[in-house]
Design a binder for this molecule. Structure first.
Ligand code: EPZ
Length: 418
C-alpha cells in the first residue's frame, strides 16, 4: 500500500505535459483482441489498470511487449475466450473484452467486473445489447458466459449512453457479417479514439450525427499503429491543482475541445486560462469563487471524473457551492475525508452543498477511489500543515507519476510505499 505526504501552502509554478488517456487505452487494448495481427499502440500511459489489462491479454495467449512509450500486441496467438478470474476481477474494464472476444471467436466468458465502488455499476446494458445481436448470455455464479457470433442487420437502442456498453457493442459488431447501428451511443472522445483505432485496422465505424453509430459488417482486422489521445481528465486534474493553490501552470498536450465544460467552470471560479494550440496556461485566483450549481452529465456535459477535484476546489471558495452527481450514485466519499481537513460540506443523496472556508488544515485522509484520491491530494496542496493521503495506490490506477509531476511544479509531496 502507498501513501502521499504533502506539505501544503505553495502555489504551483511551471509546466506539465499530459499522458495518453487511460479511458481510451483500456478499450483499445481490448480491441486488439479482434485483430489476428500485430498492432502498435503508442502514447499509452503506464498505469496499474493498463498493466492489468495487458496481463489479461497475455493470459488469453496474446504476445504483449512494452516498447518506448507504448505497447506491441499480437493477438494472432490468442486461443482462449475465458478471462482469468483474479486478474479480470481486479479491473472493471476487463468487461471490455467480452465484445472483441465475441467478434473474434463467437464466445466469451468472464467474472462479473470489479473496480472502485462509486456505485453499483451493473452491466445490464452491455448484456442486453449482446442478446439483441443474437448472442446467448448466461449469468450464473458470478460469471458471464456468452455464446454465438454477433449477428448484424440490427439496430440497438441504448436506454442510457453508457460509455462501456457503447464500446463493448461496437467491438462485438465488428465481428458481424452485416451492418449494425447503435442508437443513443455515448459521445465521449475516448469512443472516437477507439473508432479511429478500429478504422485504422480495416473496420468501418462512423458516427451518423450525434445519436447513431453505424458499424459496417463483413470486415477483418489487420495490422495497424495508433497514437492514443491525451488524457482530458489528467489535464483537468492539473488545471484544478493550479487553481486550488493559486498557482500558474502551463499544461502541454491537452485538447481544449474535449474540456469545454470544465474550462467554463474554472473560469466561473475565477481562473484565468489562455489557450494556444495544445497549450493551456492557467492562473488560479487567490481564493476561488463559489459554483452556484454544477451538475455532472454524460459528455459533452460536465464530466463526473472531474467532480471530486472541483469539490475540493469549492471547499475553499468565497461562498456556497452546490454539486449534483448524476452519473454515479455513490461518488461523494471524498466529502467526509475533506471534512477531516476542516471543510464545511454535507451530502444528501446525489447533492453536495459546500460552504467555502478560509483555509484547510492538514490531516490523515484515505483515498476511497481513484478521482477522490486525487482530489484529497489537491486539497493537501492548499492546506496548512501536513496531509497524509492513505491508499494512494488507488491514484496510480489513473495517474502516471502523480507525485513526481506535482513535485516538478513546486509541490512539497512525497510518496511512501509499504
Ligand atoms: C467509464 O466507465 C469510465 N471508465 C469512467 O471513468 C467514467 O466515470 C464513466 O465512463 C462515465 O464517464 C472507463 O472508461 C474505463 P458508464 P463506465 O457505463 O463505462 C450505469 C475513471 O475515474 N450503467 O457510462 O463504467 C452505471 O452504473 C472512471 O476514470 C448501467 O446502469 O461508465 C453508471 O451509473 C470511473 N448499466 C452510468 O450508467 C450498464 O450496463 C454510467 O456508466 C452500464 C452502465
Amino acid at each position: 500500500m502507498a501513501k502521499l505526504i504533502i506539505e501544503g501552502g505553495r502555489p504551483l509554478k511551471g509546466q506539465i505535459t499530459v499522458h495518453g488517456a487511460k479511458n481510451a487505452a483500456l478499450p483499445i487494448l481490448a480491441a486488439a483482441m479482434l485483430i489476428p495481427e500485430p498492432v502498435r499502440i503508442t502514447n499509452c500511459p503506464r498505469l496499474t489498470d493498463v498493466e492489468n489489462m495487458a496481463g489479461i491479454l497475455q493470459a488469453l495467449g496474446c504476445r504483449v511487449d512494452w516498447v518506448e512509450d507504448g505497447l506491441l500486441i499480437d493477438a494472432g496467438s490468442a486461443r482462449t475466450a475465458e478471462l482469468p478470474e483474479v486478474l479480470a476481477g481486479s479491473i472493471r474494464s476487463s468487461v471490455f473484452l467480452l465484445g472483441p472476444l465475441l467478434g473474434r471467436f463467437g464466445a466469451a466468458e468472464a467474472p462479473f467486473p470489479g473496480g472502485c465502488d462509486i456505485g453499483n455499476r451493473p452491466v445490464d446494458l452491455h448484456l442486453k445489447g449482446f442478446r439483441a445481436m443474437g448472442v446467448k448470455v448466461d449469468e450464473a455464479s458470478g460469471r458471464i458466459r456468452c455464446l454465438g457470433r454477433p449477428r448484424g442487420g440490427t439496430e440497438i437502442a441504448l436506454e442510457y449512453p453508457s460509455v462501456g456498453a457503447t464500446e463493448n457493442l461496437l467491438m462485438a459488431a465488428c465481428g458481424a457479417e452485416e451492418d449494425t447501428v447503435l442508437v443513443n451511443p455515448a459521445r465521449e472522445p475516448e469512443i472516437d479514439d477507439l473508432m479511429a483505432f478500429l478504422n485504422g485496422a480495416g473496420f468501418d465505424l462512423k458516427r451518423e450525427g450525434s445519436s447513431r453509430i453505424r458499424v459496417r459488417g463483413g470486415r477483418r482486422g489487420h495490422s495497424t499503429s495508433h497514437v492514443i489521445l491525451p488524457d482530458r481528465i489528467e489535464t483537468g486534474t492539473y488545471l484544478v491543482a493550479a487553481a486550488i493553490t493559486g498557482g500558474h501552470v502551463l499544461i502541454r498536450g491537452g485538447r481544449k475541445e474535449h474540456l469545454s465544460a470544465l474550462l467554463m467552470t474554472l473560469r466561473e471560479a475565477g481562473c484565468r486560462i489562455r489557450i494556444e494550440g495544445t497549450d493551456l496556461d492557467v492562473e488560479g485566483p487567490e481564493r476561488p469563487r463559489e459554483l452556484r450549481r454544477l451538475v455532472t452529465l454524460p459528455y459533452p456535459g460536465f464530466p463526473t471524473d472531474m467532480q471530486s477535484q472541483v469539490f475540493a476546489l469549492c471547499t475553499v471558495a468565497k461562498g456556497t457551492s452546490v454539486l449534483e452527481e448524476n452519473v454515479f450514485e455513490n461518488r461523494f466519499c471524498h466529502g467526509a475525508e475533506l471534512k477531516r481537513m476542516g471543510a464545511d460540506c454535507y451530502v444528501r443523496g446525489r447533492t453536495a452543498v459546500i460552504r467555502g472556508v478560509k483555509g484547510l488544515r492538514g490531516a490523515q485522509v484515505t483515498a476511497h477511489d481513484l478521482r477522490g484520491g486525487a482530489a484529497l491530494a489537491l486539497a493537501g496542496l492548499r492546506a496548512e500543515g501536513i496531509t497524509v493521503v492513505n491508499r494512494a495506490e488507488r491514484i496510480d490506477r489513473g495517474y502516471a507519476k502523480f507525485a513526481a509531476t506535482l513535485r516538478d511544479v513546486g509541490a512539497a509531496i512525497r510518496r511512501e510505499d509499504d
